[in-house]
Design a protein around this ligand. Structure first.
Ligand code: AMP
Length: 418
């Protein structure tokens, strides 16, 4: 028996209503804020990711699905969505377009992580990127867009955390301060954090283990080390967010797990969740496009994990619209009737009416049961008499009421009930 690989999941038909709902809201949101869709390949040159995400990050050291293809190219399944968007921005000369260029994606993401609730080896992200503008008003707009996304889904009790982690000019001084502080606390840290101390000290701040958490609480704050430019930028972002009346908190421990972030970072957390709780996060990455070979180009983006969004919708019993079932089920009795049913189903579908024809040779009772389980509103029954008179017996599945309708009138009737 084959099973879906560990850490992956099938999204079954009964789940699709949630997924369609979230995707529809995401696409509607992008239209409102002027974002256009970009789809990139599921795999890229692995260096695109190692360079951008950072050599010392968990994603690059432990989680990438890297492979050599038959020509010897070293490729990696996409472990995040921002670097491919930047690659496409550079490759297609989007710097010649009016800036900022606003792009969004809905894409599968691959990370070799330890599977648990809300954490998979293949998951889906909805993400958007605004490339080519350093204006703090854009940071505020992206953060507000994120907030509106979750609001539009009907999700409540969310926390919005923001922070600024500075830039190339001021971060080194902060990292020194951080290392100085942490060198006095090394003994009490978990083994992961001991390793991070040398490789990626910023990440010490977001360790969720209780002992490390307490140490992180007292650690120096990045906002106390910002250069003049970063400080002014952050103050402006906070000012805009206040003006928008967004309920945010500044979290000094928020650093995000990828190296490319600069200045503003932000995250959305649901109430009372554990380590795998972030519904989404993002931030500025003003150096990334240049690091990938483009011109210096400031940018900011966000990504949400679709599975976690769906889990939260279910947990809070948030109603989502049902996906439409076939409007009519065509039942038949006898060979001649079956021939008419085949023709009728084809005609209705060409007229844009969703129709399902019973296949096989079930009894009428069996066919009605099938229609009921599919959820179609009407059943058109064709027997010998109906064939002779060129009519169908139309059964309303809600009321059980039946009436005779001519085959020609059936389309008009079903259209009027749509
Ligand atoms: P990140 O790129 O790590 O900032 O992730 C963005 C969002 O994707 C997170 O906030 C989560 O909602 C979601 N996410 C990240 N990793 C996983 C995973 N392994 N499984 C499911 N969702 C994930």
């Amino acid at each position: 028996m084959y099973k879906a690989p560990r850490g992956t999941a099938d999204i079954l038909p009964e789940e699709q209503g949630y997924w369609r709902f979230v995707e529809d809201r995401a696409i509607a949101l992008c239209r409102l804020y002027g974002y256009q869709r970009l789809d990139t390949p599921a795999f890229e040159d692995s260096q695109l990711f190692t360079r951008s995400i950072g050599e010392g990050t968990d994603i690059v050291t432990k989680e990438m699905y890297t492979f050599k293809d038959r020509s010897g190219n070293i490729l990696a399944l996409r472990p995040e969505g921002t670097a491919p968007v930047c690659r496409a921005y550079i490759e297609h000369g989007m710097d010649n377009l009016p800036q900022p260029v606003k792009l969004y994606y809905l894409a599968a993401i691959f990370r070799y992580e330890r599977p648990q609730a809300g954490r998979y080896r293949q998951h889906y992200q909805f993400g958007f990127e605004a490339i080519g503008d350093a204006d703090p008003a854009l940071d505020a707009e992206v953060i507000e867009m994120t907030w509106q996304f979750f609001k539009s889904l009907g999700l409540e009790h969310l926390f919005l955390y923001i922070n600024s982690i500075g830039c190339k000019a001021c971060r080194p001084r902060y990292l020194e301060g951080l290392k100085r502080y942490y060198s006095a606390h090394l003994a009490g840290l978990c083994s992961d954090c001991k390793a991070r101390f040398g490789k990626n000290p910023l990440r010490l701040l977001d360790c969720k283990k209780p002992t490390c958490y307490d140490v992180a609480e007292e650690a120096p704050k990045s906002t106390d080390y910002l250069c003049r430019e970063c400080k002014m930028h952050f103050e402006a972002v906070v000012g805009y967010l206040d003006a928008l009346r967004l309920p945010f908190d500044i979290s000094h421990r928020l650093v995000r797990g990828l190296d490319y972030y600069t200045k503003t970072v932000f995250e959305i957390q649901p109430l009372g969740e554990g380590a795998q709780s972030a519904l989404g996060g993002g931030g500025r990455y003003d150096d990334l496009i240049e690091e990938l070979g483009g011109k210096p180009t400031p940018a900011i983006g966000f990504a949400a994990g679709m599975e976690r969004v769906v889990l939260n919708l279910k947990k809070h019993k948030t109603p989502v619209p049902n996906l439409p079932a076939a409007q009519v089920f065509i039942a038949h009795l006898g060979d001649e009737a079956k021939l008419e049913a085949v023709k009728l189903a084809s005609t209705l579908r060409r007229d844009g009416i969703a129709a399902i024809m019973a296949t096989g040779d079930r009894s009428l009772k069996g066919q009605l049961r099938q229609a009921d389980s599919i959820g179609s509103s009407y059943v058109a029954i064709i027997g010998e008499d109906e064939v002779k008179s060129g009519v169908v017996t139309l059964r309303n599945m809600m009321t059980g009421e039946q009436k005779t309708v001519s085959a020609e009138k059936l389309k008009d009737f079903l259209e009027s009930k749509r």
